[in-house]
Write a protein that binds this ligand. Structure first.
Ligand SMILES: NC(=O)c1ccc[n+]([C@@H]2O[C@H](COP(=O)([O-])OP(=O)(O)OC[C@H]3O[C@@H](n4cnc5c(N)ncnc54)[C@H](OP(=O)(O)O)[C@@H]3O)[C@@H](O)[C@H]2O)c1
Length: 248
């Protein structure tokens, strides 16, 4: 099985690389700005001979075509999330456009390139699988991050549409969405976001941030043949989070 991970240079991306490699997969690992750091990470892994790294900007669809050749499992994981809480009425046009562009338009382009590859090369032996990485922000909302929450929530409609499109290209093809809660990666600025994390933990029975591996293991299962009759689903990996205490 050949697996492509976008955002592979990030925290969750690296954990995805590890768990899919441990399951025996061949990997196409896509970085954007941090290719050198991704190469250094891969060079230290026992599975390095089964991985290639590439540079992809998900907002530039031409960069996605070659990396997706022959891919059976596509993980649309690339994303950005500015840590500063900014109310929408004070948010810059640049921040709104860039966050929607990477998290939503980038996911659309990633999915489009994968489906085009299926149309070109045909059905996959175990059924093609596409997994989006959303966020609990898209499920519960997140004050101060409305642009991010909106982009992530839109992935649900995208996923629900594509689960009905993919089967025209691969009758066993599946599309699902994993929504992590707060996860310990460089995207989370523990100082800037301390208050928000504390409020969120108060709504969670499992009182800890997720580790990247917690998210990666859920994605691995959804993408695997063990989940072969599971499509069009949202799997939340957030310690039982019920949403946040409403801020004043
Ligand atoms: N950490 C959390 O608490 C959390 C919670 C919910 C959801 N998520 C979601 O999980 C996913 C992974 O996040 P993470 O926590 O692992 O963050 P991260 O460590 O900041 O990694 C983000 C990754 O996205 C890549 N990326 C950014 N812009 C890109 C672009 N235009 N084209 C291609 N790749 C791009 C980055 O590449 P370079 O570094 O190479 O530029 C990096 O590999 C994101 O979709 C995020 O929204 C994270």
């Amino acid at each position: 099985v050949k697996v492509l991970v976008t955002g592979a240079s990030g925290g969750i991306g690296r954990a995805l690389a590890d768990v899919f490699a441990d399951s025996g997969a061949d990997l196409v690992l896509a970085a954007h700005r941090n290719r050198a750091a991704l190469d250094a990470f891969v060079a230290g892994r026992p599975w390095r001979a089964r991985a290639v790294t590439v540079e992809v900007d998900v907002t530039r669809p031409a960069t996605l075509v070659a990396p997706l050749a022959g891919v059976d499992v596509c993980i649309a994981n690339a994303g950005i999330g500015p840590p500063e809480e900014v109310p929408l009425h004070e948010m810059s046009e640049t921040r709104i456009r860039s966050v929607v562009e990477v998290n939503l338009v980038g996911a659309l382009f990633t999915a489009r390139a994968f489906l085009a590859e299926l149309a070109r090369a045909g059905a996959r032996p175990a059924g093609a699988s596409l997994v989006f990485i959303g966020s609990t922000a898209g499920r519960f909302g997140e004050a101060g991050h409305a642009e991010y929450a909106a982009a992530k929530a839109a992935l649900t409609g995208l996923m629900l549409s594509l689960k009905n499109e993919i089967v025209r290209l691969d009758p066993r093809g599946r599309v699902n969405l994993v929504e992590p809660g707060w996860t310990r990666t460089s995207m989370v600025d523990l100082e800037v976001e301390a208050g928000a994390i504390e409020r969120t933990l108060a709504t969670m029975p499992l009182k800890r941030l997720a580790e990247p591996e917690d998210v990666a293991r859920a994605v691995l299962w959804l993408a695997s043949p063990d989940a072969r009759h599971v499509t069009g689903q949202v799997l939340t990996v957030a310690g039982g989070m019920e949403g946040r205490v409403v801020p004043a």
